[in-house]
Design a binder for this molecule. Structure first.
Ligand SMILES: [Zn+2]
Length: 450
């Protein structure tokens, strides 16, 4: 099946705006980029006219906690920095069930797709008696929604009794975690370039995981060739915790436990000094930059340009919906643009750089070069935005308009050659029914809020 997506308003290829009259999709791959003076492509089965729409690679989210869509804007967590915010929310999250994980995952993925996101990573680290099978439940949900995914088998093993931050009833033992990590890799990890689901391993953070688990996870990740993910250098409190408990800064700790290597991506990466930034770049570590969350929790400014210059692979993430509090990737591009404008100046960070973070930048961060780009051979993950809204009226440069005027909902979204959003609506599923179930479960889980 060859489809010519023809006559877009403008095209962004993952790095820059390009002069093109659309793309040809063959099955689940991009077969050709059509230049304006090229002859019409041959052997086309269908033509889709996308006049007035901006065509670009699907956006890629490198960090999320889908389950947190159930705990948006909770009173107990308002106006707090990371540690007190977490301490307020852990008891609420301890009530998570398999059903909640399922519905929250479906809702977050629907929200992401509608915002133009075609691949999402998720960091799920809560495995309690009521949601022992959270990762298996998530696999069912992402497959049914049809979004390309990197699901991480997260973990917490350092409870309060041992000097960690989370309550003991939200942690598991090292052996149990590593055993289950192997199980889900065997069952679900698809390392093929065109795979729809990859598994990665993700102990939560230095203050919720033991050194022993970090070392065991690094070994398992190397043995099974899967990526490693964790939160690092998010706050000054975390730096203090590492100095107190491990006698060193977070990056030194990361190196000691065998994680400073290609195939690791870190959420946040804010509080590094220049020599640490160079060490990260030399090892080609990735960073999931989460601007909204960093601003919401007052965590600090991620030095994205210094990190990029050093060779760090920077992607964009919405982070969990308790610190955002939505899952809109296109809005996140605007947040990144505005945050770095403030830091680097009006001429220092442009709309194309912000878009690059969410496309080819995120793809490189996740070690998946076949997505996030519009070039022959890339996977057919494509998003189209139109400018047919009040907020765009009178706009000049259409690509800049998406970022400057605040695009927030895609018109058409293709994942792996299949349209998942058509004319601004999900192709499958009943969104109203899903929202009703989600609201009911959110009301249930927040009852334990103190
Ligand atoms: Zn996070």
């Amino acid at each position: 099946m060859r489809t010519w997506i023809r006559s877009p308003l403008c095209v962004f290829d993952g790095f820059r705006e390009v002069d093109a009259d659309g793309v040809v999709v063959d099955g689940n791959r991009i077969a050709a980029i059509i230049a304006p003076d090229d002859p019409e492509p041959e052997d086309i089965d269908s033509v889709m006219d996308v006049s007035g729409q901006v065509l670009m690679p699907g956006l890629i989210n490198t960090h999320h906690h889908f389950y947190q869509t159930l705990t948006r804007s909770l009173d107990c967590a308002l106006d707090k920095g990371l540690f007190p915010w977490l301490q307020s929310l852990y008891p609420v999250w301890a009530g998570l069930t398999d059903e909640m994980v399922d519905i929250a995952t479906r809702l977050a993925c629907s929200e992401l797709l509608l915002s133009g996101c075609t691949t999402s990573a998720d960091h799920h680290y809560l495995f309690t008696d009521r949601c022992r099978n959270a990762l298996d439940v998530q696999v069912g949900a992402v497959r049914s929604i049809g979004i390309r995914s990197v699901l991480t088998r997260g973990s917490m093993s350092l409870g309060k009794r041992q000097g960690g931050l989370p309550p003991d009833n939200t942690t598991q033992g090292t052996d149990e975690i590593l055993h289950d990590s192997e199980r889900v890799i065997d069952l679900y990890h698809d390392s093929r370039p065109e795979g729809m689901l990859r598994i990665a391993l993700a102990p939560c953070s230095p203050f919720s995981v033991t050194r022993e688990l970090m070392i065991g996870t690094a070994q398992l990740g190397a043995d099974r060739s899967v990526m490693l993910h964790t939160h690092l250098a998010e706050t000054i409190d975390e730096n203090r915790f590492c100095l107190d408990r491990y006698g060193c800064r977070p990056l030194d700790y990361l190196e000691q436990v065998g994680w400073l290597r290609k195939g690791t991506w870190l959420a946040h990466g804010i509080h590094f000094d220049q020599s640490e930034i160079c060490r990260l770049g030399r090892q080609e570590v990735g960073v999931a930059h989460c601007p909204t969350s960093n601003m919401m929790l007052g965590s600090g400014h991620c030095p994205v340009m210094s990190l990029q210059q050093a060779g760090v692979r920077i992607g964009l993430g919405v982070d969990g919906s308790a610190s955002n509090d939505c899952s809109n990737m296109m809005q996140e591009v605007r947040q990144a643009f505005l945050l770095h404008r403030l830091h680097y100046g009006a001429g220092g960070f442009g709309h194309e750089q912000a878009m690059q973070l969410a496309t080819s930048g995120s793809a490189d961060c996740l070690g998946w070069p076949q997505i996030g780009r519009l070039e022959p051979g890339s996977l057919a993950d494509i998003v189209l935005f139109d400018l047919d809204e009040l907020r765009f009226s009178g706009a000049g440069n259409p690509l800049a308009a998406l970022v400057l005027c605040g695009a927030h909902r895609a018109r058409n979204v293709m994942v792996d050659g299949t349209w998942r959003v058509r004319e601004g609506e999900l192709s499958d599923g009943n969104l109203e029914e899903l929202r009703a179930r989600h609201r009911k479960l959110a009301a249930e889980i927040r009852q334990v809020q103190t």
